[in-house]
Write a protein that binds this ligand. Structure first.
Ligand code: GAP
Length: 461
């Protein structure tokens, strides 16, 4: 049995194998920014593609969208972000450090009931509970807690004035709401239907951390599913099940996955009910991977009020109009990737040999198959090359002809490559190759002509 993986180990592994690097590392790095290396970029793309495939392509009631990051500033007034998208900030007068007040209290006291409390309530706790100390110097002299808006501000055009203030979007969702009418008028969708979007969002988090779990620049995969009021509770249940199945169908261990129901008094201003999908990270416990919210008709009504556009839906069959309710599954591919990495990482001993292996679902694996010629010599090498050329248009395939075959296997096990295909001397006679399975280590002989189909079948599982 392997030990649970630590954060240090996963960070070092991600760097060593080219999954994730600290951003701007040659300049000493910048806190909370990360770059995805050759294997990481493939894996994150696979996560986003699996989400898109299942949420958009496999369905006939969801369409896609790619909206701008910089939107009209009024969008954020309407959505409530300019007024209320705040975290509670507290400054230590001894070290000058700033902390998220709820996190500071949670870490010091183990309390789990402080998120969502007002600035005054948090100030009261910090001042009276002696356990709350500045983690840097142990000081207990804190300024009063104050709200801090998480939106990144910028200016459009050459003049830096209040009239040119704009924001980097803090969620992709609002791009969907403001295009509700466009999509209705230009595609043949009918309620119930969804609009999905994947893209970058930005939040000036006070305390980013835990590697790619909480960063200031991150990606979101969000879908707004518009339904008739009254059917919203049922659709919410439907999307809870659908999203749960997405994780488990991609191989996530159900013991590490759970739903967390937000208490009614802690719900966001727009939500009637929110349920998170949480993953049990060994280094931080149960943590949100995605939120699935019933946003009611809040956003469409707000945008109607602020823009003056009518955002009601006319139901032709029933002959009535209404503002749809919205069920929103909102997920983060960065932290989902961290969860899948942790879930798949194992150090084990097989057949007397130690190996590190990433037991990723083939659909998520950065490299789907590696092709190994047993020798660099001809004609084995050119048979292997030809096979590689045949397969590489379908997926990311890796060609490796250097070192002992055992070493080549171990390198691919670490990268999570589910299948290694070896071209050996027998291939020249029987026109067959060996496909080795990463997890079972079983090897099957497959005719060269069938490898492509066999691989496709193995990957779609
Ligand atoms: N539109 C609703 C919304 O944005 P959210 O719970 O604030 O809801 C959805 O964000 C998901 O986006 C989260 O569950 C998480 O996976 C991801 N996310 C949010 N903030 C993040 C951050 N600072 N770093 C990485 N991922 C983040």
């Amino acid at each position: 049995m392997s030990q649970p993986v630590t954060m240090d180990k996963i960070v070092a592994f991600c760097k060593r194998r080219g999954f994730v690097y600290q951003s701007s590392e040659i300049y000493g790095g910048i806190r909370s920014s990360y770059d995805y290396g050759p294997l990481g970029v493939e894996m994150k793309r696979n996560i986003k593609e699996e989400w898109w495939r299942r949420t958009v392509h496999m369905r006939d009631d969801v369409v896609g969208l790619d909206s701008a990051i910089i939107m009209h500033p009024k969008v954020w007034d309407a959505s409530g972000h300019t007024a209320t998208f705040n975290d509670m900030l507290v400054e230590s007068r001894t070290s000058g450090r700033r902390y998220r007040a709820d996190h500071l209290i949670e870490d010091a006291t183990g309390r789990d009931d402080v998120e969502g409390l007002s600035a005054e309530e948090l100030t009261e706790i910090i001042q009276t509970d002696e356990r709350v100390k500045d983690p840097v110097d142990g000081g207990r002299d804190f300024a009063p807690v104050r709200p801090f808006n998480l939106m990144f501000e910028t200016y459009t055009g050459p003049v830096k004035g209040p009239e040119n203030v704009a924001y980097l979007r803090p969620e992709t969702a609002q791009g969907i709401f403001v295009n509700f009418k466009n999509v209705l008028q230009t595609s043949r969708v009918k309620v119930p239907f969804g609009i999905a979007q994947v893209g970058k969002s930005f939040r000036n988090e006070i305390t980013p951390g835990n590697f790619i779990f909480r960063t200031r620049e991150f990606e979101q995969m969000e879908m707004e599913f518009f339904v008739e009021p009254g059917t919203d509770a049922e659709w919410h249940e439907y999307w809870l099940a659908e999203r749960w199945n997405w994780y488990t169908d991609l191989g996530m261990n159900t013991e590490n996955l759970r739903f967390y129901e937000h208490p009614k008094d802690k719900l966001s201003h727009y939500s009637k009910r929110t349920v998170d999908v949480e993953y049990n990270f060994p280094f931080r416990g149960w943590s949100e991977l995605e939120g699935i919210a019933n946003r009611t008709d809040f956003d469409l009504k707000q945008h109607t009020a602020f823009s003056g556009e009518n955002l009601t839906y006319f139901d032709q069959a029933a002959g009535n109009s209404y503002v749809p309710y919205v069920i929103e599954p909102a997920a983060g591919p960065d932290r989902i990737m961290l969860a899948f990495l942790v879930d798949a990482y194992a150090e084990e001993e097989v057949r007397g040999e130690k190996r590190t292996v990433l037991k990723l679902h083939p659909r998520l694996a950065p490299i789907k198959a590696a092709v190994f010629p047993l020798t660099k010599k001809e004609p084995v090498a050119s048979v292997a090359r030809e096979l590689y050329d045949e397969l590489k248009g379908d997926y990311r395939i890796f060609y490796d002809d250097s070192g002992a075959i055992g070493r080549r296997y171990r390198r691919q096990d670490e990268a999570g490559t589910p299948f290694c295909i070896t071209v050996d001397f027998d291939t020249l006679d029987d026109k067959q190759v060996t496909i080795r399975d990463r997890d079972t280590l079983e090897q099957e002989r497959v005719p060269l002509a069938d490898v492509r189909d066999r691989l496709r079948a193995l990957i779609s599982g």
